[in-house]
Design a protein around this ligand. Structure first.
Ligand code: ING
Length: 319
């Protein structure tokens, strides 16, 4: 008997700095209603789905950006989404900026995603590990990407949770480009990886990287991750031009064989959907990617032992 999870990918169009939180939430709820009408069991919203992609803006005092952060989840501003989802018996993934106050009066800021089940219970939380970009204003860039300024690297690792009859995992945006992300989830038997992204269409270094190549890299990362770990993957964009800055669309649902089974074709609010049979993961996990049978961890130490690459010495430099 197959374990079908009907998955919706709720791509969002642009969210401008001036947009009202309540209007943005109405858009998410409209997509939730569409997903429920399609019979979805779960709907995946993008990274930082409640606000504009504020890490494109520099603030000397990072507390100026706290207006984009949630200090509790749920909270009154997002409660209508939780209430409607529970009423519709539909789970969801939501990306948002998390501000955590410590008992000692400190503050931590994370780029966070949660998994909520059909009862409205927060099943799991993930904090983005791979933060791209830079910490300080860089005048040499055509556009700032200050995630390292506003967020700390995630401190929760790459957890998975049993929900919806399968094994669910989360990651966020840049995480999808790092095979370590997928393998950490794959080594826990993940069957559905959900992720949101806010990916600029233009290269901030001004280098020649045509838009079609950036979309290729987006899909390549998700398709490879899904195939090499025999898992379903749902990657959902916040897209379109936010206050003059374009983000790519291209939201996809990818099968455990690495094939795109659903893809968005706009840069606006758009729902994609697919019936994901989690039992399709079994083939890859029991043959080509039977990790226990084929992996040789004794040779992989370098992957966890160092961050940067260490090339061999130049010829004659042995000295
Ligand atoms: N955005 C981008 C991403 O990884 C980026 C940053 C774009 C990195 C293009 C490399 C190339 O999709 C976020 N928010 O991580």
């Amino acid at each position: 008997m197959s374990r079908i999870v009907s998955v919706g990918g709720a791509q969002l169009g642009p969210i401008h700095k001036a947009d009202r939180r309540a209007d943005t939430l109405d858009r998410l709820i409209a997509l939730l209603e569409q997903a429920a009408a399609k019979g979805c069991d779960i709907v995946v919203f993008p990274e930082l789905a409640l606000t504009t992609f504020f890490p494109r803006w520099y603030a000397e005092d990072i507390a100026e950006m706290d207006c984009y952060f949630e200090t509790a989840m749920p909270n009154p501003a997002v409660q209508p989404l939780f209430d409607r989802a529970r009423a519709l018996r539909i789970g969801f993934h939501l990306g948002y900026a998390e501000l955590e106050k410590t008992a000692s009066g400190g503050v931590h800021r994370y780029n966070t995603a949660i998994l909520v089940d059909k009862d409205g219970t927060i099943v799991g939380k993930y904090r983005k590990v791979h933060l791209p970009g830079h910490r300080d204003y860089d005048p040499g860039l055509t556009r700032q990407h200050l995630e390292k300024r506003y967020f700390e690297p995630g401190d929760l690792g790459f957890p998975v949770w049993r929900s919806m009859g399968g094994i669910m995992g989360l990651c966020i945006c840049n995480d999808r480009r790092w095979p370590e992300t997928w393998r950490c989830l794959g080594l826990q038997g993940v069957e559905l990886v959900m992720l949101g992204y806010n990916t600029p269409t233009g290269n901030q270094h001004g280098a020649a990287e045509p838009p079609h190549q950036r979309m290729f890299h987006n899909h390549l990362s998700v398709q490879a991750g899904a195939y090499q770990n025999a898992t379903w993957a749902v990657a959902v964009a916040k897209a379109g031009i936010e206050d003059g800055h374009e983000l790519m669309g291209g939201s996809v649902i990818v099968s455990p064989q690495g094939e795109i089974v659903a893809q968005a074709y706009t840069q606006a609010d758009e729902l994609i959907a697919a019936d994901c049979d989690l039992d399709l993961c079994a083939f890859g996990k029991s043959t080509i990617f039977n990790f226990a049978a084929h992996r040789r961890p004794e040779h992989y130490g370098i992957i966890a032992a160092q961050a940067g690459a260490t090339p061999p010495p130049e010829p004659g430099a042995e000295g």
